[in-house]
Design a protein around this ligand. Structure first.
Ligand code: AMP
Length: 186
């Protein structure tokens, strides 16, 4: 089973991904996490991408497509993947479809966690205080929220047109959000 999670920073995507990963033996693939790892390890790629990421811009499609392609057929992904933060462009969505089709796989569900804008601002400020991720100050998170609004406006219609998209209420408690996701998956 392969799932794509859509949701703004602060929507609780990471929390839900962990729960769903454990319940179904899936593997979460987050291009944001992979890029942060590259930057932390100061790899050539990480250093090259840092300024784009710091500015809240998207990194080039080929880079993230290659990152996903390098993992999607690994053993830990054999039961399926939760794609988190990918795809962010139509080109990425098409590349994903193709790489899955090449090994007789497909995306089963595209799940969008919807959160009210005011609640989101509050969550973002709380998270920025609690976590200490280097890119996680309020300014950066606001940039990422703007980035989310822009790319989801591109990519969600692509999945809506294919009838693959389901929206859930991300403002409920963690357990209630999980229950909504499970209902879609089962
Ligand atoms: P995230 O933690 O998912 O918000 O990702 C952090 C940053 O990494 C983003 O603001 C982008 O600069 C970059 N990034 C992550 N995933 C992608 C993607 N699928 N396409 C382009 N850029 C990405």
């Amino acid at each position: 089973m392969n799932i794509i999670f859509f949701g703004p920073p602060g929507a609780g995507k990471g929390t839900q991904a962990k729960i769903i990963e454990e319940k179904y033996g899936l593997k979460q693939l987050s291009t944001g996490d992979m890029l942060r790892e590259e930057m932390a390890n100061k790899t050539e790629l990480g250093l090259k991408m840092k300024s784009l990421i710091d500015e809240g811009k998207l990194v080039p499609d080929e880079i993230v497509i290659e990152m996903i392609a390098a993992h999607v057929n690994s053993d830990e992904c054999s039961k399926g993947v939760i794609f988190d933060g990918f795809p962010r462009t139509i080109a990425q969505a098409e590349a994903l479809e193709k790489m899955l089709a090449d090994c007789n796989k497909k995306i089963d569900h595209v799940i969008e966690l919807k959160v009210d804008d005011n609640l989101l601002d509050a969550r973002i400020e709380k998270r920025a205080k609690e976590e200490g991720r280097s890119d996680d100050n309020i300014e950066t998170l606001k940039k990422r929220l703007a980035q989310y609004r822009s790319y989801s406006a591109d990519v969600l219609p692509y999945y809506k047109a294919k009838n693959m998209h389901t929206e859930i209420d991300g403002m409920k408690t963690i357990d209630e959000v999980t229950a909504q996701i499970i209902k879609i998956l089962e």
